[in-house]
Design a protein around this ligand. Structure first.
Ligand code: UD1
Ligand code: CA
Length: 472
């Protein structure tokens, strides 16, 4: 890049009325992060000495959404009088010896590489342009017969002939040091929208005899503006497609990259396989050799090497050591900590529970607020009754406990090492090491039990016999 210092001005004060949402446009997420955060990280990647963020008076949400690393100057634009007016608010803070780059808060997917040619061009003012098949809504680039840039005309102010121009203004400008105040001073709001257009600095620069250059990119999607929810969805798809390509090149296998969404920071080991309709929300760490089957959603979790997440599982705030197997249809909630080789089967919910290596809960269980040792076998239908309506209580199952099917563990309860619980038990107290705990009604048999029978009253008419009760 250049040796001149760089200051960046990000315009983020607009009302975003075309979104038709209560959530401010700048806070609408793309890949899980607010739109404005993407622009701020681009600015940081460019290593600007200062970034000026032009915001409206009501910007508490933006402040909360962006980590201020001391490099941001928050400039308030009290009235939204246009993009030129927005830059005018920031201009007094910009050092005269710095080049200026203007970025738009609603052009969020611009990569640093796309901006590079703007800095390589020696012109006093350079604008980033792109050719679009459908340029509707964007400012058009006006050129003379020799092809030199003369100005920018906004869609709303354009004649039919100007509207047919397919080269559009991306809204991104680079201006040489010291020139900005002189370019902003002549701006007027005498136009279709009654706004101070930043775009007018191009014709002003031409009038002032400055050199003006256009830098045309072929990255149409990366420079698209987001004005409504249709464009927001398009931006999300573009981001996901680009990210999926980067990940596949880095060795992550996706059966269909169009059906995997990754939001936020997710790291991958080698030989990870993501089947269709996987959603990953960072922060997540996915280890080597992990296979995630179709339809699984994993948020804020660590998945250890060679673990297998079977289809339609939901993990949130879970931590898995290596060689675990989870699902299909499993739910791991915050505080689920699984040791090596743990197996969690279908319709098992685990919350605030640690399971030691090799333990298994294969079917239909709820394990909450439990500390489970190594090689414990949890039978089908086991439930920790951890909540009494007010307090949460702990269940402790020591190593090698065997829990029979359909057991209710009424916490607080402790089951000693190697103990066994008979199926169908409701356990309310301690079971010592190696003991068998059984707590259920005994079976009794009644010989020659008369089953209820259908009685034929009249031909074709069925009456039911009276109910027979145990003890009758
Ligand atoms: C703008 C450009 C248009 C370009 C397009 C690219 C102008 C006049 N038009 O149009 O040529 O093709 O972007 O996407 O510049 N903002 C403020 N304060 C304001 C007004 C806007 O900070 O008073 C911010 C908005 O939050 C937004 C950005 O500036 O992030 C662009 O404003 P917007 O109203 O979306 O401009 P467009 O109509 O998209
Ligand atoms: Ca816009």
């Amino acid at each position: 890049m250049m040796n001149t210092p760089l200051e960046i001005c990000i315009l983020a004060a607009g009302k975003g009325t075309r979104m038709k949402t209560l959530v401010p446009k700048m806070l609408q997420p793309i890949a899980g992060a607010p739109m404005i955060a993407h622009v701020v990280s681009t600015a940081r990647a460019l290593k600007a000495t200062k970034t000026h963020l032009v915001v409206s008076e009501d910007h508490a949400g933006l402040k909360a959404a962006i980590e201020d690393q001391g490099d941001l100057n928050w400039v308030v634009q009290t009235e939204q009088l246009g993009t030129g007016h927005a830059v005018q608010q920031a201009a007094p803070f910009i050092n005269g010896d710095a080049a200026v780059l203007v970025l738009l808060g609603d052009v969020p997917l611009l990569a640093r590489e796309t901006l590079q040619p703007l800095f390589e061009d020696p012109a006093d003012v350079a604008v980033l342009t792109v050719n679009l098949q459908n340029p509707a809504g964007y400012g058009r680039i006006q050129r003379n017969a020799e092809g030199q840039v003369l100005g920018i005309v906004e869609d709303k102010d354009a004649t039919a002939a100007e509207r047919s121009i397919t080269e559009i203004n991306t809204g991104i400008f680079r201006i040489n040091p010291g020139l900005l105040p002189g370019l902003l001073a002549p701006l007027s709001n005498d136009n279709g929208q009654g706004e101070y257009y930043l775009t007018d600095i191009i014709s002003i620069a031409v009038h002032q005899g400055l050199t003006v250059a256009s830098v045309t990119t072929d990255q149409a999607e990366a420079v698209s503006g987001v004005n409504d929810l249709v464009q927001l969805a398009a931006a999300e798809r573009f981001f996901q497609r680009r990210q999926a390509q980067q990940l596949m090149r880095a060795g992550v296998r996706m059966l269909d990259p169009a059906r995997v969404d990754i939001r936020g920071a997710v790291s991958f080991g080698r030989d990870v396989v993501l089947d269709v309709n996987t959603v990953l929300e960072g922060p997540c760490q996915i280890g080597h050799g992990v296979v995630i089957e179709a339809g699984s959603v994993i948020k804020n979790s660590v998945v250890g090497d060679n673990s297998l997440i079977k289809s339609h599982s939901s993990l949130e705030g879970a931590s898995l050591a290596q060689d675990c197997q989870v699902g299909p249809y499993a739910r791991l909630r915050p505080g689920a900590v699984l040791g090596a080789g743990v197996a969690i089967g279908n319709f098992v919910e685990v919350k605030q529970t640690t399971m030691g290596p090799g333990s298994k809960a294969s079917h239909l269980s709820y394990l909450g607020d439990a500390t489970i040792g190594a090689r414990v076998n949890i039978g089908a239908g086991t439930i920790t009754c951890n909540y009494d309506g007010v307090n949460k209580w702990q269940t402790i199952l020591e190593d090698e406990v065997f829990v029979g099917s359909n057991t209710a563990l009424v916490a607080p309860v402790t089951v000693g090492q190697g103990a066994t619980i008979g199926a169908g038990s409701t356990i309310t107290g301690v079971i010592p090491d190696a003991a068998l705990g059984v707590a259920r009604g005994r079976q009794r048999n009644i010989d020659a039990w008369p089953r209820p029978e259908k009685v034929l009253d009249a031909p074709g008419l069925v009456k039911k016999s009276a109910k027979t009760k145990v003890g009758d």
